[in-house]
Design a binder for this molecule. Structure first.
Ligand code: ATP
Ligand code: MG
Length: 784
């Protein structure tokens, strides 16, 4: 096993990046490593690596060159084991020889040529082995160009602007792909019209919004507005009119479809019928499945011949309209499409967006596209108008209200004046990363209606829409204003998003981005589009992975981030904060109080406030902590470990003093000590406590809150360890809270720095990483 395949996760779990599985604990990890799958993949990887080392990458030959001709040429240097040509373009070939020696021989020749054509021959780039489980593979995925192919094509063009255009060219539909989709839709339309008279089947989403890519899913809207009745007996008509072909599974009318009254049926019931019609009456469609529990219920299907995946929904008129809006944006400036394609692909490669299975905590492509549109609205000379500006240009016939939301904009861009902005694509892409790397996500709401980022506190007043689901990234839908398009994003994805933006921003400042490499190295957008390895997908860098305990770790800085969360605040605080600029400070103060509460009252650590920041680590600090501990020993009636009951009394006195405490400002630091291994075995005790509570809880009273449970768990651990004879702290550390600064961020950061070298600090910090943010949220929620 390679050590690097296994990385620890929080709570004692592991991740095997080779097999892409999570293992909950060490015994399952050991079983997994000895298991068939892991061993098989190890051996496949070894073989692939050897094959890669024995291969060369060849390009520059004439189009249409055959596998045989290439084999013939390289036979001169030894035995050719295999030749793999790129799928259809004749751009490159990978030639595998029987041994490394033969590869050396090939590469030692300064120039190769075939039929008078100079060849470029180089070492095959090492491509990290990645296991893709078969069943998870997207049916459209096979049509995607792979990274090696893409980077080769992008490196051939003259500059970065051309690279973006090339990427668009390689990804967008061909005419036949577009035609195929239209045919599938008209086939569905024909059959559905029999069952749902006057219905319309409309394509929306990436198939038609001008941001199509090979193999993207087909989003379909079944418009039943003019359909008053459903005709279950249409199956007979459909058959006689020859709609069904050989694929049609002949069924008797009764067994095919049941009757349903459209006026009183729920969306889920209608979709069940849609699924049946699709399955039984539309030729060439299979794997039909109604997913009625999702936020947006759909019927999923796959078109057999092409492998295309489709979704049919019935309540999605707004999406059809926002598709037209994106089409309009794309038509207003030729820079929009190449930029969106590149940024969407970057986001996909960095595992930030474009989850092919939908849902989850990744951004979807719609959200990414809105980010690009907003950025283009915000250039000093805007490239795209705001939605409100567009509305000004709309005629009578463009007026459109859907579900009460104003969706008015002109049907085409002919009346809209072209921008005078002349920035190139290379510059715009770099500016995009710069713009969003310095963006205040949690503290603002991105509005495409007026092209501004509004303070979240503007949205929490009495007149504001209460439904808006605030999250670490807030993008207001340009039409359905109460909808946060990125409301599904979790903190982890948001952190990764920011980290990737920072990296991209830095890279775009380098010469490697701006200039074509003369040394045949990857340049321009190629480096931005490099796929992430699975280990790069973690959130903030974790100390336990890269540092050997006690060395760099002891003086390393370990950060916890506590994002601003409106949901934790009481209605009263929200009211007070309405429109206020000070919400960062208010949040900071609440986090500071909560941190202290969690450390002292829940984790039973000793904490002493210190005025000085960044003081030298010295023995005096440790002594002062020892004194703190002695005090604790005294108040706990001579017991070595604090007595839980008295501890509770102490906790309430802590509470009192904290309510009287002044507001925390600036950077706040505490010196802290942990006396017991309070991070070990919590899960087990938590389970036991829950079990016990349920037992004695038959009358459903006294349900313990999570804060109290966690305090009890710590007490249980302290009692277990009571007999041990430890008199000095296990871990001493400094805890500092500070705001990230300016308008760029809303998080309160907590820096945890070990005071003494301690291997246990790594374990302890690992625990804090997942424990503290959740506890702080709960604590603020409860106390506010
Ligand atoms: P792709 O399918 O290539 O990922 P897409 O643009 O089709 O890109 P989907 O997730 O399939 O993205 O969504 C289809 C359409 O549904 C979008 O184009 C948009 O019109 C609408 N849509 C998707 N997500 C949202 C959302 N969060 N809020 C509002 N509309 C959305
Ligand atoms: Mg789609």
């Amino acid at each position: 096993m390679s050590e690097s395949d296994i990385s620890p996760l929080g709570r004692g779990g592991f991740h095997c990046s080779l097999c892409d599985v999570r293992l909950p604990n060490s015994p399952t990890l050991n079983d997994h490593i000895k298991g068939k799958k892991h061993q098989k993949l190890l051996s496949v990887r070894r073989t692939r690596k050897l094959q890669q080392e024995r291969s060369v990458f060849v390009s520059g030959f004439q189009k249409g060159m055959s596998n045989l001709e290439i084999t013939d040429y390289f036979q001169k240097f030894g035995t050719v084991a295999n030749v793999i040509m790129d799928k259809d373009k004749g751009l490159y070939a990978i030639v595998e020889m029987e041994s490394n020696k033969e590869v050396e021989k090939i590469l030692s020749l300064p120039q190769h040529s075939m039929n008078g054509q100079k060849l470029r021959v180089k070492h095959r780039e090492y491509k990290e082995f990645k296991y893709i489980p078969k069943k998870k593979q997207d049916p459209g995925e096979k049509q995607f160009i792979d990274f090696e192919e893409l980077s080769w094509a992008l490196c051939q063009v003259v500059d970065v602007d051309e690279q973006l255009k090339k990427l668009l060219e390689l990804f967008e539909f061909t005419d036949s792909e577009r035609m195929l989709r239209k045919l599938i839709v008209s086939l569905i339309q024909e059959v559905f019209s029999e069952f749902f008279p006057s219905c319309k089947v409309l394509l929306f989403g990436s198939s038609v919004n001008a941001f199509d890519i090979h193999g993207c899913d087909m989003d379909l809207f079944l418009d039943l507005e003019n359909t008053t009745t459903y005709q279950a007996n249409a199956s007979a008509t459909a058959e006689t009119e020859g709609v069904k072909d050989a694929h049609f599974e002949s069924q008797s009318e009764d067994s095919i479809l049941s009757d349903i009254d459209l006026k009183i049926s729920t969306a889920a019931e209608i979709l069940e019928v849609v699924a049946t019609v699709l399955q039984k009456c539309v030729p060439g469609v299979h794997k039909v499945q109604a997913v009625t529990t999702a936020r947006l219920p759909v019927v999923k299907f796959i078109h057999k011949e092409s492998g295309l995946q489709g979704d049919i929904s019935i309540n999605n008129r707004l999406a059809v309209r926002n598709t037209t809006f994106l089409q309009l944006c794309a038509s207003l400036d030729p820079r929009v499409r190449p930029l969106v394609y590149t940024i969407r692909h970057w986001a996909k490669q960095k595992h930030l967006a474009g989850n092919p299975f939908g849902g989850g905590s990744l951004m979807n492509n719609y959200a990414v596209t809105l980010l690009v549109v907003f950025f283009l609205q915000n250039r000093t000379t805007p490239i795209l108008p705001t939605v409100n500006d567009l509305k000004e240009h709309a005629g009578e016939e463009d007026q459109c209200i859907i579900d009460g939301w104003d969706c008015t904009f002109p049907r085409n861009g002919s009346k809209i004046e072209a921008t005078t902005n002349t920035e190139g694509l290379c510059e715009l892409l770099a500016e995009f990363y710069k713009f969003y790397a310095a963006f205040d996500y949690a503290g603002t709401v991105i509005s495409l209606r007026d092209g501004k980022a509004h303070l979240v506190t503007d949205f929490i007043g009495p007149d504001s829409d209460k439904q808006f689901r605030f999250g670490p990234i807030n993008i207001q839908d340009p039409f359905e204003l109460s909808h946060n398009v990125s409301g599904n994003i979790n903190e982890r994805t948001a952190q990764r998003f920011k980290r990737q933006l920072d990296e991209a921003c830095k890279y775009c400042r380098s010469l490697q981005y701006q200039r074509k490499s003369t040394k045949k190295k990857a340049w321009g957008i190629v480096r931005l589009l490099q796929p992430l390895s699975s280990t790069d997908c973690s959130p903030a860098p974790s100390p336990s992975l890269d540092h050997s305990p006690g060395k760099e770790m002891s003086h390393g800085e370990n950060m916890l981030s506590i994002p601003f969360k409106l949901l934790c605040l009481s209605e009263q605080t929200k009211k007070r904060l309405h429109g206020s600029q000070d919400f960062r400070e208010v949040w900071f103060d609440k986090v500071c109080h909560a941190v202290l509460y969690v450390m002292e009252s829940i984790l039973k650590c000793s904490c002493s406030y210190t005025e000085e920041n960044n003081t030298q680590i010295n023995n005096a600090e440790i002594n002062s902590l020892d004194e703190a501990k002695n005090k604790e020993v005294k108040i706990s009636s001579g017991l070595k470990r604090p007595n839980p009951e008295e501890e509770i009394a102490e906790t309430s006195s802590n509470k009192r003093s904290r309510t009287e405490a002044p507001l925390y400002q600036g950077e706040v630091t505490w010196q802290c000590a942990v006396w017991n291994r309070i991070w070990i075995g919590r899960r087990k005790i938590r389970r036991q406590l829950r079990y016990r509570t349920n037992e004695s809880d038959s009358d459903n009273c006294g349900i313990i809150s999570s804060l109290e449970t966690e305090a009890k768990i710590t007490e249980a651990i302290l009692q277990q360890e009571e007999n041990s004879d430890k008199s000095s702290p296990l871990v001493t550390f400094r805890l500092s809270a500070f705001l990230v600064g300016g308008n760029e961020d809303t998080r309160t950061m907590i820096r945890v720095t070990p005071i003494q070298d301690s291997t246990l600090f790594v374990e302890f910090f690992h625990f804090l990483e997942s424990f503290i943010p959740k506890m702080i949220e709960k604590c603020i929620e409860k106390s506010d």
